[in-house]
Design a binder for this molecule. Structure first.
Ligand code: AMP
Length: 189
């Protein structure tokens, strides 16, 4: 969890490299569908370009179905993003659907320059503002819900990827079995 530009993708990639657990990024999945010009890509393209969330029923259909095939666990990057998506995930896969939710805490004034610097097609100033507002309005209630279920761990997302990775692993050690975090390969950062 984290505002756009908080480093979710970077941290998930580091964790996936470390643990071997597959990394599922809904944003990357949608961008691939748009680039390939699929029917799903056509449905989501406008939402991505404007920085709006893709409607919950579309996201739930795509992700909840994909997770049925995941047997060795998963690292979810950018899903769930609304209370409705979180409820749908638990309805479909039970309370064990998630072991822990990690929130990368990074203030607005830090994420905007990060997003403008990475220069993705959907990183226009207008889309960035829309995505930040959506986080406060639609994702913040999900964080409260996770916290009420004792699933939420918050980590300071400021600093280099390696520094934040170190903090994330430290925070997860108290929540996950030791073996789950044992490096399968040295972290690349
Ligand atoms: P991200 O790569 O996580 O920044 O996601 C890029 C874009 O994909 C977002 O701005 C949304 O338009 C869309 N998206 C990704 N994940 C979700 C989600 N769980 N719910 C709704 N829209 C999403």
């Amino acid at each position: 969890m984290g505002r756009q530009g908080s480093g979710k993708g970077t941290q998930c990639a580091l964790l996936a490299g470390r643990t071997g657990v597959p990394h599922l990024s809904t944003g990357a999945l949608f961008r691939r569908e748009v680039a390939a010009g699929t029917a799903l890509g056509d449905r989501v393209e406008g939402h991505l370009g404007r920085g709006e969330l893709v409607p919950d029923p579309v996201v739930v259909e795509v992700v909840v179905g994909a997770l049925r095939l995941a047997t060795g666990g998963y690292l979810l990057d950018g899903f769930p993003r609304t209370l409705e998506q979180g409820v749908a995930l638990f309805d479909a896969h039970g309370e064990d659907a998630l072991d822990v939710a990690v929130e990368l805490q990074v203030p607005h004034e830090v994420v905007v320059p990060r997003m403008l610097a990475r220069g993705r097609d959907d990183d226009t100033p207008e889309a960035i503002e829309t995505r930040l507002a959506a986080y406060d309005e639609l994702t913040a209630p999900l964080l409260v819900w996770f916290d009420s279920r004792d699933l939420l761990v918050s980590v300071d997302g400021a600093g280099t990827p390696a520094e934040v990775h170190h903090r994330v692993v430290g925070a997860l050690r108290s929540r996950l079995p030791v073996a789950a975090l044992a490096p399968v390969s040295p972290p690349s950062a």
